[in-house]
Ligand binder design. Structure first.
Ligand code: GLA
Length: 373
């Protein structure tokens, strides 16, 4: 049987940051950078992993998979293999070759892309047909339970279910989603600060704990609150005095950002891109000042976009502490925007950024070409 190739994209989030683990709404798009996984079955119980980007080859015994992450790229594959094994979906060994083009550590979900591509590849061997939302959850569990990053569902979900030309509005509580068409006259310009971010690092998990603390405090005065999703702006402001200031700021970001996502969807539907841009810029300020997950370079990149022709608005995207900004830019201005923002950012920071002019892309699928494994 010739090896089959599965492809899963990275993502950029238009708006709705740090909301997925608060049961809120997010509005990501799949992007044209993706990870491919070529797979061939083995008759033994070995899982043999190679990457086109890294020199090492890994060999694991499916009956005795590591319990702890090794701190290597293989962790994402291993995590998925462990979850599939637990569910009885990986009865035999496999050779897997991974090739990733999503920039690593740039906040564009290279990890979700490798997880989802791996899951589709390994599932194809057993012939099990799992619904894509279930695959997304399995990949999230791999990252939560094996890799050790308490990420939400956004990245894996949009990597599975994104659609070209659309953003995906996801209700992270029910996992109901709607595809929202993106206006054809705009490009998604993604600006990489070149500062690497680390999700398994403490700050991401700390934000989650701070939100949980907020829920604990708020549920004393408003019983029935399960997540910050359930809190109205009025309830939050009337409880402000009962909360440590830092917890209040985190909660305020979440509660207001949820409103912004819903307004952003209306803006995209009605074509009000000026207001969409303002919402994105407001989201950035909130992430910088209230949620405190931005950094000097992200702020410099957002400021560098100010006033450039064709620019509607922009913000940091993803977990923060480095990575990329997302900018909504009129298509015909996008090339000039790319050059000007790169120059301005270089002048302000001394760092040469990478700028990607993107459109939203399709979610995970099998690639029709074959490859040698
Ligand atoms: C990372 C996580 C996501 C989400 C974002 C912040 O990308 O993987 O689950 O929490 O950060 O919105």
């Amino acid at each position: 049987m010739p090896p089959r190739v599965f492809i899963a994209p990275g993502r950029v989030n238009l708006i709705g940051e740090h909301l997925d683990y608060n049961d809120g709404f997010v509005l990501p798009c799949a992007i044209e950078f993706s990870t491919r996984a070529a797979v061939a079955p083995r008759t033994d119980q070995k899982l043999v992993l190679r990457s086109a980007e890294f020199p090492e080859q890994f060999e694991f015994d499916l009956t005795n998979l590591p319990q702890k992450p090794l701190g290597k790229w293989s962790d994402y594959v291993l995590g998925v293999a462990i979850m599939l094994r637990q569910e009885g979906h990986l009865p035999h060994g496999a050779n897997l070759l991974v090739h990733g083009e999503v920039p690593i550590g740039a906040g564009l979900s290279s990890s979700a892309a490798i997880e989802v591509a791996t899951a589709l590849a390994l599932l194809s061997l057993s012939g099990a047909r799992l619904p894509l939302p279930k695959i997304a959850k399995l990949c999230q569990r791999a990252e939560n339970e094996f890799v050790g990053a308490r990420v939400g569902i956004m990245d894996q979900f949009v990597s599975c279910l994104g659609k070209a030309g659309h953003a995906l509005l996801l209700d992270c509580r029910s996992l109901h989603f709607q595809l929202v068409p993106l206006p054809e006259q705009v490009k998604l310009v993604i600006c990489n600060t070149m500062v690497k971010h680390e999700l398994s690092g403490g700050e991401y998990n700390r934000r989650r704990e701070e939100c949980e603390e907020g829920v604990r405090i708020l549920s004393k005065s408003t019983p029935g609150i399960k997540a910050l999703r359930d809190v109205t702006p009025q309830q939050l402001s009337s409880s402000a005095k009962t909360m440590p200031p830092v917890i209040y700021k985190r909660c305020l970001h979440v509660v207001e950002e949820i409103q912004r996502v819903l307004q952003a969807v209306d803006c995209l539907r009605s074509g009000d891109l000026d207001q969409m841009g303002r919402l994105m810029s407001a989201s950035h300020r909130s992430l910088r000042d209230l949620y405190e997950v931005s950094c000097g370079e992200l702020d410099a990149m957002v400021e560098a976009a100010d006033g450039l022709p064709g620019y509607y608005g922009g913000r940091m995207t993803g977990g923060g502490f480095g990575g990329c900004t997302i900018n909504l830019v009129v298509s015909e201005h996008s090339e000039a925007f790319r050059e000007s923002i790169a120059e301005r950012y270089r002048q302000r920071t001394g760092i040469s950024p990478e700028i990607y002019v993107c459109s939203s892309a399709a979610g995970a699928h099998v690639e029709l070409k074959t490859a040698a494994v």
